[in-house]
Design a protein around this ligand. Structure first.
Ligand SMILES: Nc1ncnc2c1ncn2[C@@H]1O[C@H](COP(=O)(O)OP(=O)(O)OP(=O)(O)O)[C@@H](O)[C@H]1O
Length: 331
């Protein structure tokens, strides 16, 4: 078996507070991404998905404190110099964000910005003309009509969907080994969502780029990801093959999350929202972080936090009472 491309162990992210203990928003997160693998991270808002992803590129807010190990091709990212990190960003690992407006410089033309991203890591040192051609090709690849002409536009002249696609073009320009996509389709209409997702799939198939995809959308995970990581209150609570996790979830939270997703094959069924709220990271909670909302919680669930333990082949769950399909159906 080949070595992991990315290996995260016991990752922690916390924010110090004045005269109070730090707020921990990510704790004990561990997972690997193999070369060419597409892995999804799902979970409610505030579960720590973005903080986990941003840790990989050292793009956390300044006040954040990072702990644990993040190895990319065996090298420890937290120990890299700023220059090494800059070299790595874009060339080896790149990221597509939720809000493409803040990712482009508003006073520079889109094409120039993509060209600059290519030139920064361009071993072939292509000339201006070759760069322009490459930019136009990339814009065409993400479905932008008249790409050579549109490359001369400024970010505000693009619609939200076009900016998102242009940003994706910039992120894939150097065929990185790993692409981190944080809610890449949330703000887009359905047709554009499909185009961006097809682009990610093509990139994976043609360039072997591994993808870490953060999303709220279970349907996107089902169609794109071989593996899915479920986060809750800053922890990984389930991690396994997508088909297994989505059809036979073992953590009550994953099960509840799936109950709250509309299913095409069950039109008309009422959705059950998960009762209660996720815990406030500023207030420590003993035991399993999901126990106050869990229909199956027992006494020990409120006292001791379970570890993420193997429950099948390449499947792990952080629960004292991992459920089976029968228990879920009986509820
Ligand atoms: N600068 C900050 N200072 C303190 N807490 C922060 C800061 N930025 C984020 N947080 C907290 O970190 C926690 C995790 O946030 P994160 O953005 O990783 O969640 P998420 O799962 O990606 O949510 P969403 O799906 O809404 O993007 C949240 O409780 C958030 O309020």
């Amino acid at each position: 078996m080949s070595a992991p491309l990315l290996s995260i162990r016991e990752l922690g992210v916390s924010f110090p507070r004045k005269e109070a203990p730090s707020t921990t928003v990510v704790e004990g997160v561990s997972f690997d991404i193999m070369p060419g693998e597409i892995v999804g991270i799902v979970g409610e808002s505030g579960s720590g998905k973005s903080m986990t992803a941003r840790s990989v590129l050292r793009l956390l807010p300044k006040s954040a404190e990072l702990s644990g190990s993040i190895r990319f091709r065996g090298r420890e990212i937290p120990e890299m110099t700023d220059e090494e990190i800059r070299d790595m960003r874009g060339a080896l690992v790149s990221m597509v964000f939720q809000d493409p407006m803040t990712s482009f410089n508003p006073v520079l033309r889109i094409g120039d910005q993509i060209g600059e991203a290519i030139a920064l890591h361009d071993r072939a040192r292509r000339g201006r003309r070759a760069l322009r051609d490459r930019v136009a090709k990339l814009l065409a690849l993400v479905g932008i009509a008249d790409p050579a002409e549109r490359a001369r536009s400024y970010p505000h002249e693009f619609s939200g969907g076009m900016r998102q696609r242009a940003l994706t073009a910039m992120a894939v320009a150097n065929s990185p080994a790993l692409l981190i996509a944080d809610e890449p389709t949330t703000a887009l209409d359905v047709t554009v969502q499909d185009q961006v997702l097809s682009l990610l799939r093509e990139l994976n198939e043609n360039s072997g780029t591994a993808i870490l995809l953060i999303t709220h959308n279970i349907a996107v995970v089902a169609s794109l990801c071989r593996r899915v990581i479920v986060m809750y209150a800053g922890r990984v609570i389930e991690d396994g093959p997508t088909d297994e996790v989505l059809t036979a979830p073992r953590h009550p939270y994953t099960w509840s999350l799936l109950q709250s997703v509309p299913r095409i094959d069950q039109a008309g069924t009422r959705l059950t929202a998960i009762k209660g709220q996720p815990p406030d990271p500023a207030t420590p909670l003993a035991g399993c972080k999901f126990h106050p909302r869990c229909p199956w919680a027992e006494q020990r669930c409120g006292e001791q936090e379970p570890a993420l333990s193997p429950i099948g082949e390449a499947h792990g769950v952080r629960c004292w009472l991992p459920m089976n399909g029968i228990a879920a159906a009986a509820q």
